[in-house]
Design a protein around this ligand. Structure first.
Ligand SMILES: Cc1cc2nc3c(=O)[nH]c(=O)nc-3n(C[C@H](O)[C@H](O)[C@H](O)COP(=O)(O)O)c2cc1C
Length: 299
């Protein structure tokens, strides 16, 4: 089965590095691609000129395929949808919604479309729109999440669609990869494990939080905004949860958290940063080069 995805994407190992806003830039993406996986540059809400530069840098650092993650609800989505065509990007993964309106143009440009889905219903819709594969992402994942666990979501999506299914959420070692394959996935997408890579350009406070995290150290905030997010249970994250539970307004919550991931990634700001990461962080105890991370997952 994994042949599907390695052939489809022209990669050696059936692994996609998750698009991670502010984290997944050209160095990390190129390192993953050079190590035989599919590196991804995250579009997040970043300015288009910055993303053009990241794509061009990545083209310089690797001659292997890599992709771009488009967050469909982001203000840059429309421009980024055009940019990936102009820059000859080979794969697009999408988050937060339905990429249907871009599908025709991307297909015409020969771009492989791989949406991230939190449900069977969206997976089926994506297949109808011509997606080449889907990433079924469980609630264990870092970042914005759905409600169903990887264990429950992946086999249900596998049964519902004919296109390849890639499992995401809670995979950080060989056992997780085997479990994903046992559930019928033909590849994996990992985010959290790459936070603990030498190549991830994130503040050392962030890396230390990932390394120190125990099994119960991730927390979901923002459910009442409709955009729940999983991250490290810092005191700031606990305060956010209290705010939410004690009648704070969703609008005020958005105001307090805006830019939180950037503050975590670039400044290591423990008072105002959102250190997004998955529930599997407890399994991660050392910083390794990307190449070693990928080998450890598969060999
Ligand atoms: C710091 C961080 C930022 C993320 N940002 C995005 C994003 O911008 N777009 C997206 O589609 N997914 C995003 N994700 C989800 C990842 O792409 C990936 O699917 C997820 O991390 C997989 O689960 P894992 O964390 O258990 O490995 C993010 C995850 C993390 C940890």
């Amino acid at each position: 089965m994994s042949k599907n995805i390695t052939e489809l994407l022209n990669i050696n190992y059936p692994i996609i590095q998750g698009g991670m806003a502010w984290v997944a830039e050209s160095t990390l993406a190129a390192s993953v691609s050079n190590a035989g996986g599919l590196g991804i540059i995250a579009g997040g809400a970043a300015p288009i000129d910055y993303l053009r530069e990241q794509i061009r840098n990545c083209q310089k650092f690797t001659d292997r395929p890599f992709g771009v993650n488009v967050m469909l609800m982001s203000p840059n989505a429309e421009d980024l949808a055009k940019l990936v065509i102009e820059e000859g990007v080979q794969v697009v993964t999408t988050g937060a919604g339905n990429p249907g309106k871009y599908a025709d143009e991307w297909k015409k440009a020969g771009i492989k479309i791989i949406p991230v889905v939190p449900s069977v219903a969206l997976a089926k819709r994506m297949e109808k729109y011509g997606a080449d594969a889907v990433i079924a992402e469980g609630t264990e994942s870092g970042g914005h999440i759905g409600e169903t666990s990887t264990m429950c979501l992946v086999p249900q999506v596998v049964d519902a669609v004919k296109i390849p299914v890639i499992a995401a959420g809670g995979i950080a070692d060989k056992r997780g990869v085997k479990a994903a394959f046992a559930l019928g996935a033909c590849g994996v997408q990992c985010g959290t494990v790459f936070l603990a890579s030498e190549e991830a350009k994130i503040h050392e406070n962030f890396k230390n939080l990932v390394l120190k995290a125990k099994d119960t150290d991730s927390i979901v905030t923002g459910r009442f905004t409709g955009h729940p997010c999983r991250g490290v249970k810092t005191s700031f994250a606990r305060e956010l949860l209290d705010f939410e539970r004690n009648g704070g307004s969703p609008e005020k919550f958005e105001e307090i958290t805006v830019g939180g991931l950037r503050k975590a990634v670039q400044d290591g700001n423990l008072d105002e940063g959102s250190f997004l990461c998955g529930a599997i962080a407890g399994l991660i105890t050392e910083i390794k080069p990307v190449e070693e991370i990928i080998k450890d997952l598969f060999e």
